[in-house]
Design a binder for this molecule. Structure first.
Ligand SMILES: Cc1cc2nc3c(=O)[nH]c(=O)nc-3n(C[C@H](O)[C@H](O)[C@H](O)COP(=O)(O)O)c2cc1C
Length: 242
C-alpha cells in the first residue's frame, strides 16, 4: 500500500510507477475522508514532494494517523534539488525502514524560472531508473537511506522550514489575469486544500494553502499569477512529458 500526496503530479507519477513495479497499489491521501484501515499489508509506503526542506502539512498530518502493523515501511520524497532532513523528520512521525529522495523537475515557479525541456526530460529518465532500483530494494526488504540532503540541511529543515510554514503559505499573492481566465474552475476543483472559490466566474483565494502550486502550474490559460514575477515564467505540467 502506497500513500501519496502530489501537487503537480511528480509524486503521483513516482508512487504509481513504484506501485506498478512492486505490484502494489497507490492511493491519493487527499481522497480519504477518514484515515484508512491498515490490515495485513506487507509494505506501507509514502510518497510526497519536499516543501522548503520539509514535509507537506497534508502528509505530516495523514502519516501521524496511519496505524503501524509491523509491515516493511518506506518513504520517497521528490524534490527539485535537495531534501534536507525531510525524511529524518518523517521517520520521527512514522518510522521508516527505508528512505529515498528522487530528483524531479522543479515546480516552484513562484521562486524562480523553471527548468528547460531538456533538463526535465533528463530528470524524468534518471528518475525512472532510480524507481526501478528502489523497487528492487523494497522487494528485497533492504534497509536503505539514500536521500540527497544537500548543504546546511539542519538549518534549511529547521529555521527555513519553520519560516515557510509560518509566513509563506498565505494565498494573498495569488491573482488572476482576468483577460485570460476562461472561468473553467479547474483551479478551484483541483485545489487539495480547498482554498480557491469561483466568484463571478474567476478564482478567489482565501486564507492559507499547502502551496502545492497546482493551480498556477495547471491553469490551461496560464492566467494564474503569484506576485509580480511569474508572468514570463514557464509552467510545469508533467502531462506534457508523459
Ligand atoms: C512550496 C514548495 C517548496 C519546495 N521546496 C523544495 C525544496 O526545499 N527542495 C527542493 O529540492 N525542491 C523543492 N520544491 C520542488 C518540489 O519538491 C518538486 O518539484 C516536487 O517534485 C514536486 O512534486 P509534486 O509534483 O508531486 O507536487 C518545492 C516546491 C514547492 C511547491
Amino acid at each position: 500500500m502506497i500513500f501519496y500526496f502530489s501537487g503537480t503530479g511528480n509524486s503521483e507519477w513516482v508512487a504509481r510507477k513504484t506501485a506498478e513495479s512492486i505490484k502494489d497499489s497507490a492511493y491519493d491521501i487527499t481522497r480519504y475522508k477518514q484515515t484508512p484501515e491498515i490490515g495485513e499489508e506487507e509494505r506501507i509506503g509514502f510518497v510526497f514532494p519536499v516543501y522548503a526542506w520539509g514535509i507537506p502539512e497534508s502528509m505530516a498530518i495523514f502519516a501521524g494517523k496511519v496505524k503501524r502493523n509491523g509491515a516493511f515501511t518506506f518513504g520517497i520524497c521528490t524534490c527539485g534539488e535537495d531534501a534536507g532532513l525531510t525524511m529524518k523528520k518523517f521517520s520521527a512521525i512514522y518510522p521508516l525502514d527505508s528512505a529515498y529522495s528522487i530528483s524531479m523537475p522543479n515546480n516552484y515557479v513562484i521562486g524562480s524560472e523553471l527548468e528547460e525541456k531538456e533538463v526535465v526530460v533528463r530528470k524524468l529518465e534518471q528518475a525512472e531508473r532510480e524507481i526501478e532500483k528502489i523497487s528492487r530494494e523494497i522487494l528485497e526488504r533492504k534497509k536503505v537511506y539514500r536521500v540527497h540532503e544537500g548543504k546546511f540541511a539542519r538549518l534549511k529543515s529547521g529555521i527555513a522550514n519553520m519560516g515557510f510554514n509560518k509566513f509563506a503559505r498565505s494565498t494573498s499573492s495569488f491573482w488572476v489575469k482576468k483577460d485570460r481566465c476562461i472561468g473553467c474552475g479547474l483551479c478551484a476543483a483541483g485545489c487539495p486544500s480547498s482554498s480557491i472559490e469561483m466568484k463571478g466566474g474567476i478564482p478567489v483565494w482565501k486564507g492559507t494553502c499547502y502551496q502545492c502550486l497546482r493551480c498556477i502550474n495547471s491553469c490551461p490559460k496560464e492566467a494564474i499569477q503569484y506576485g509580480k514575477k511569474t508572468e514570463n515564467r514557464r509552467r510545469y505540467r508533467i502531462s506534457d512529458y508523459l
